[in-house]
Write a protein that binds this ligand. Structure first.
Ligand SMILES: Cc1cc2nc3c(=O)[nH]c(=O)nc-3n(C[C@H](O)[C@H](O)[C@H](O)COP(=O)(O)O)c2cc1C
Length: 378
């Protein structure tokens, strides 16, 4: 029975070959940050007021002039094609139906155009800045031409995390181990759903820039690793601000002073994240600094947060501490891997129900009613 987001994780584990499940599920090194991301929420406990009627709740939010149905967005995740054929499109369509933003990764399997042709006006684009400025500029032009409503610049994966679970499934980089191939043979439905329709999924979004030798299958990963801009700095962000005239959010920062600088450089908001524990193991969970960051940057800039959110109660705690919205990463991938677009939509509706129930029990009628006074920090 799929009663909560954690149930989808178990369902996905049953459906996916081990290497694909580990790719999504794993974190960096000892996965300490990843584990902390989920346990940290117990630090805050609710103080529910009583005799306060909240018969009808409105979970709606307005970001950049557009209304969304709840304060949740689909986190950008790369290489989703390993989980389902047309995975990015399935997620984007589910998000459109749920009325929440779908943030497409630079390293998505589907291209910006393939997402764009579904006509969703909740399409946002996440940029990894590449060394070749023309490629970065072209990605932004494509995002604009396809109606992306906001640009999210991720800055926490300039150097890749040390994901040992992945390494154990491969004989060498890009080459699965014999054991992984045997394991794939036990998942014929995955082969039918993922490999038969498209072959080995590639990096569809980067295809226009891939040299001939990198065009096929996972070759794009090598190109991407070589092309990632390792000398990113605040000037790079100022340059992006100068060439992107729409809403701009910086993702993957946690330090309060970095948030202050992001707003100074002209970002409209920040996305606090430790990349779901996939980058530097031992990194703090962003929610621990959320209230301080809100105090520092003031009430106006948008603050999104992610890493470890699995329950409506987790999301409500972040909103009460000053966040405007929460990104969900792995849970929606598990749901989409389990049951495609409908699975992702069901998971989104499930989390909407949890948020609604939590708000009702706190005697609140809207997201704006959530205040830190509803929480006790133990
Ligand atoms: C499989 C996978 C791929 C990811 N790829 C990207 C990416 O391409 N760009 C990005 O900014 N973040 C990426 N992330 C990080 C997510 O956007 C998000 O920060 C993280 O998943 C949130 O944590 P959660 O999975 O615990 O919800 C990825 C995360 C996962 C699990």
């Amino acid at each position: 029975m799929l009663l909560n987001l954690n149930d989808y994780r178990q369902a996905a584990q049953r459906k996916l070959p081990k290497f694909a499940f580990d790719y999504v599920d794993g974190g960096a090194e000892d996965e300490i940050t990843m584990a902390n991301n989920q346990s940290v929420f117990s630090r805050w406990q609710f103080i529910p007021p009583v005799l306060k009627a909240s018969p009808k709740r409105d979970l709606g939010v307005n970001w950049f002039g557009k209304n969304y149905q709840m304060p949740v967005a689909v986190a950008p995740t790369g290489y989703n094609g390993m989980l389902r054929n047309r995975a990015d499109e399935l997620l984007a369509c589910a998000a459109a139906k749920a009325g929440i933003p779908y943030i497409q990764s630079t390293v998505s399997t589907s291209s910006i155009e393939q997402i764009g042709c579904h006509g969703n006006d909740n399409h946002w684009f996440q940029l990894y800045v590449l060394k070749d400025k023309h490629v970065t500029e072209d990605l932004l032009k494509r995002a604009k031409d396809n109606g992306c409503k906001a640009l999210v610049v991720s800055v926490d994966a300039v150097h890749f995390g040390n994901r040992e679970r992945d390494k154990r499934n491969y004989a060498r980089p890009m080459k699965l181990s014999l054991k992984s191939y045997f394991n794939i043979a036990t998942k014929p439905n995955w082969v039918r759903r993922v490999i038969l329709p498209q072959g080995i999924p590639g990096f569809g979004n980067l295809k226009p820039y891939l040299p001939e030798q990198y065009q096929k299958g996972v070759g794009g990963a090598t190109y991407f690793a070589e092309q990632m801009e390792t000398e990113l700095d605040w000037d790079s962000l100022a340059w992006i601000r100068s060439i992107w005239d729409g809403p701009l959010l910086l993702k993957g920062l946690i330090a309060p002073d970095d948030c202050r600088k992001a707003i100074e450089v002209g970002c409209d908001g920040v996305m606090l994240s430790n990349h779901g524990g996939r980058q530097l193991d031992g990194t703090i969970s962003p929610i621990l600094l959320l209230a301080e960051i809100r105090r520092l940057i003031g009430p106006e800039p948008l603050i999104f947060i992610d890493s470890g959110f699995r329950r409506g109660t987790d999301i409500v705690k972040a909103l009460a501490l000053g966040a405007n919205g929460v990104l969900l990463g792995r849970p929606l991938l598990y749901a989409m891997a389990t049951a495609g677009e409908q699975g992702a939509l069901d998971a989104m509706n499930l989390i909407r129900g949890e948020i609604d129930r939590t708000i009702a029990q706190l005697g609140c009628c809207s997201i704006a009613d959530l205040k830190s006074e509803l929480l006790f920090e133990v």
